[in-house]
Design a binder for this molecule. Sequence first.
Ligand code: SAH
Length: 225
Amino acid sequence: MRFDIISVLPGLLESPFAHSILQRAQKKGIAEIVVHNLRDYASNKQKSVDDYPYGGGSGMVMSIEPFAKCIEALKAERDYDEVIFMSPDGVTLNQTIANELSSKGNVIILCGHYKGIDQRIRDLFVTRELSIGDYVLSGGELPAAVLVDAIVRLIPGVLNDETSALSDSFQGELLDAPIYTRPADWKGHKVPEVLLSGHEAKINEWRHEQALIRTRSRRPDLLED
Ligand code: SAH
């Protein structure tokens, strides 16, 4: 799967993809993540990518021209399944959406900044608008990194233990069960006995029970669905 991320601050996206699972996915050739500097597509001398809002008001608005140029240049190279705009007024990202997107081939992700982007970019180019939650961040870069991470770990072959993504919270209707590692006894705080038993069926039953208890108390809405 290929991600082309368009950003005015590409430096913000250097670290999130350079470690751990995301780095491994790229090394294995399963995911390709390319970050494009929006300023490279600005035609004016100052390389500015924003302007004052029509009608007045506070905050700068990102202009259509640089985004249009970058998107068109990318589309001339290959076909894209989606052009996603990260936006607080978009649909809230969840595991179902991440699952769906993990089966796509090429996607473009647009990161806004300042007050946001010219509405015409959204009307003309964007196929899907996603939010990472009901709060406002300074830019779309961190949301884009969150989205890419959520998707890439679901692509077959990325995680070493294939089943580990399937047992995560939100994959089914249940949250994940509590987890423990050594030592079995830390200053009198013990790991539940059943986990040390080696009895797989009992362990699975305990985990399911715990997942139910946790879901009922923290996210009863998941069980209602
Ligand atoms: N004026 C806008 C917020 C702009 S914040 C509004 O009120 O809706 C600047 C940029 O940060 C946005 O264009 C978007 O790309 C990004 N952003 C901020 N919060 C976000 C969130 N919760 N989810 C996804 N993107 C977000």
